[in-house]
Design a protein around this ligand. Sequence first.
Ligand code: 4AD
Ligand code: MG
Length: 461
Amino acid sequence: MSNHQRIVSVLNAQSVASNLTVKGWVRSIRVGKSITFMTVNDGSCVTSLQVVLNPGMDGYDNVIRMGTGSAVGVTGTLSPSPAAGQAVELHAEKVTIYGGVDEDYPLQKKHHSFEFLRTIAHLRPRTNTFGALFRMRSALSFAIHNFFKERGFVYIHTPIITANDCEGAGEQFRVTTLDIVSPPLCDTGIDFSRDFFGQATQLTVSGQLEGELLACGLSSVYTFGPTFRAENSNTARHAAEFWMVEPEVAFANLADNADLAEDFIKYLCRYVLEECQEDMAFFEKQVDPGVMGRIRAIADSDFVRMEYGEAIDRLEKATQGFQYPVAWGLDLQTEHERYLSEKVVGGPLFILNYPKDIKAFYMRQNDDGKTVAAMDLLVPKVGEIIGGSQREERLDLLERRIDEMGIAKHPLSWYLDSRRWGTCPHAGFGLGFERLIMHLTGMENIRDIIPFPRTPGHAEF
Ligand code: 4AD
Ligand code: MG
């Protein structure tokens, strides 16, 4: 490592220092007759460092012609700033230009729309919003690991390539090395027995099924990795590639599961308020006024738990209209989820015990014969951020449900084995990482939460 300092450390220390070097990208340059001011940002914090350039400096003429966006190294003396706006400033003695820009550089202006920035996803990490967002994304990843580590969970790695369809929605990306122009054929179509793995394989939609097997041996586990869904939904909250956190706990029921999810979300709220103060203040000021108060309120609240049946009653009694129909047996749409969390509860709420016919095969069947021990956590603005359940641990009921749903049993023999030998009650959930970040920052489009979003028609960066 070269011996330059990160701007965040320079600004935090605020101590007078000579021969200090910082490196970063020029955010602004204001050339005056007798003095030039430049701000430099290196992505370590929102605030840019003010640099003062004197005409007497070596190479001054080149430096002041350099455009916004250039990569530079600046060495000089850090001293208290006489002007308002910053506590310290760096008086440059030497500036190294690593890479200049020409007039085509797209980030010359101070403000750009998120839509425009999406078309230059390769350059947007150099803006304040995306700097703050990707720092938060990193901080939250560590917070997630801390939360589970403190509770004795084992961090496991579940496969990306699988032969199963956990959610049963058939929305998977095929993984194959077969010749797609003329694949080998058999009676039933393409002969996947001649494919790389000797069977048809896909990218995983969830690490849950494998997570269950590890929980039934290690007790409390979690996986945190990318998941893939080929659903053609062009909404602000669906991505084809997104990250999911999936804990799975043996000897736990639905109530334990909801308690864990509530502790988890509150922990993450407190974490960003305490550990990401500058970035959160940025989102509060520039993106979503009120977001910090909302997050603080969530951290201090008790989450409401509501039965699916009651949620339907509430929706049927709503005075406002909905685009999608509401009836017992139908799934909740985002508009319904938002109504319940924003208007009925005014905060996060769990919906419990959904009708079995709208949920996946693995959920534990309730004694009423109609519902399963499912839970979704809904939050204002985003809707569902967590989906989970207690799992069906009784072999006979699980097999019957698989048959009823027309799912092939043989490929799931390993899953059924966990119910055949040493089965136990267990439960878990999946938190959509991008949706969590949307909720915590007030950012409204999932395309702005992951550096290089994959959505229908888009994989260019
Ligand atoms: O509700 P889902 O489909 O649940 C599961 O996959 C379970 N196997 C999880 C488990 O119990 N271990 O997905 C879980 C969460 C959703 O609540 C949502 O936050 C997120 O994953 N999610 C998506 N996020 C972004 N883009 C998509 N296309 C998403 N689909 C689901
Ligand atoms: Mg769900």
